[in-house]
Design a protein around this ligand. Structure first.
Ligand code: SAH
Length: 373
């Protein structure tokens, strides 16, 4: 599916996605891949720094017409060979002219090296300027492989492992979002844009919890407007995002029913919960349970999911409903996303066995894999 291909990223895909089936063996393959990626990263960095140095030297040489010493060392040019000689100077300027023409030709051919990243967000462009197309290709390949690898971990493991992945290396979060932004740019529409429009029409004072907010686009768009957005994700940006595992315990008030009588629980402050493409961990049903706990009576749960993940929409809605929700609307007109809206309804307390049963049904949503091409 074109949507989930990664343009310009053409290195070997991550090894077979057998993580959930053969946990132990899969884990060692992951380790190997990770270390291979780390080595490749080191190589690319070294390669880039070496060639950048060489390019800088070349530029410096052109600027000063070979008259100054080489940055490698004052004696690296044989003294007096061309210095102060008219013949030498002429030869130099002819050479410079030739080199300049060659560079201009190469520049035209390569165009702007930063343009190959069609999305063009500043953080993604960072460090790309000045790379040759070979270096940029390698950088893209490496980042593409990293993104796919992290994505696969997030979809094929539970949230405890997702938290660990981010804690072990917060870089993983940034690498993931770099790739995610890259994808979003190629989509015909984005669920967040849709939600910004919908939510900004809600009454003054509406409290919205954005679970798995990513770059916190929702709160950034709605900040200072009538509504209040509280955003949660695995890693905080130190500004808008509260760090939390949304499939474990969301740091907001609210309780569950304590007996066989149907109730809404007490203490909630949230009117609307948004889960935009964030039901990633295999234990995502626990996020639905948490959404119910923090929602006020009659509160709304909005879920946007990648269409290909929801193979059986009836099964998915029935599982969400079992947590104490009622499907209000379903919009699957978009070829890429399915948008569902649920209303919280009162329910009785559930036994540990019932919860275990619900939690074991995470496979109702298929993992979303991004293909290399
Ligand atoms: N909602 C945003 C981001 C989608 S990407 C948007 O639509 O633009 C999915 C996000 O869910 C990622 O930022 C990922 O870190 C987050 N996520 C996945 N599992 C999570 C978990 N268990 N706890 C917190 N955040 C989670």
């Amino acid at each position: 599916m074109a949507l989930f291909e990664v343009p310009g990223w053409s290195v070997q895909a991550a090894p077979s996605p057998a993580i959930s089936k053969k946990r132990k063996r899969g884990a060692s393959t992951d380790d190997k891949l990770h270390s291979a990626e780390t080595n490749l990263d080191k190589f690319v960095k070294k390669f880039i720094s070496q060639t950048s140095y060489a390019e800088a030297f070349q530029k410096k040489k052109q600027k000063h017409g070979n008259k100054r010493e080489s940055p490698i060392g004052p004696d690296s040019q044989p003294p007096g060979t061309v210095k102060n000689s008219k013949e030498g100077t002429e030869r130099n300027s002819a050479k410079q002219e030739k080199r300049k023409k060659k560079q201009e030709k190469a520049k035209k051919k390569n165009k702007d090296p930063t343009k190959a990243f069609a999305h063009g967000t500043s953080s993604i462009d960072h460090g790309v300027a000045g790379l040759t197309s070979l270096q940029k290709g390698m950088k893209d390949s490496l980042e593409g492989a990293r993104f796919r690898w992290i994505n696969e971990q997030l979809y094929k493991s539970d949230s405890v492992e997702a938290v660990k992945l981010m804690q072990d290396s917060p870089e993983n979060f940034h690498e993931y979002h770099k790739g995610f932004r890259h994808q979003v740019h190629s989509w015909p529409s984005n669920p967040v844009t849709h939600y910004v429009e919908e939510l900004s029409a809600l009454p003054k004072g509406t409290i919205i919890a954005d679970l798995g907010c990513g770059d916190a686009a929702l709160v950034r768009e709605l900040a200072g407007k009538k509504q209040t957005v509280i955003s949660f994700d695995l890693v905080s940006d130190g500004m808008y995002v509260v760090e939390a595992d949304i499939c474990s315990k969301i740091p907001l008030p609210g309780s569950e029913p304590q007996g066989s009588e149907k109730s809404d629980g007490v203490g909630q402050v949230v009117d609307v919960v948004v889960c935009a493409l964030s039901l990633m961990s295999t234990n995502w049903p626990n996020c639905i349970r948490e959404a119910w706990r923090i929602l006020k009576p009659g509160g709304i749960l909005k879920i946007a999911e990648v269409a290909s993940r929801v193979e059986d929409v009836e099964q998915f809605t029935s599982l969400v409903n079992s947590h104490g929700f009622k499907l209000k609307s379903k919009d699957d007109r978009n070829s890429h996303f399915t948008l569902l809206e649920f209303k919280k309804v009162p329910r009785a307390m559930k036994s540990a066995k019932e919860w275990t049963g619900l939690m074991s049904r995470g496979d109702v949503l298929k993992p979303c894999e991004y293909k290399r091409r």
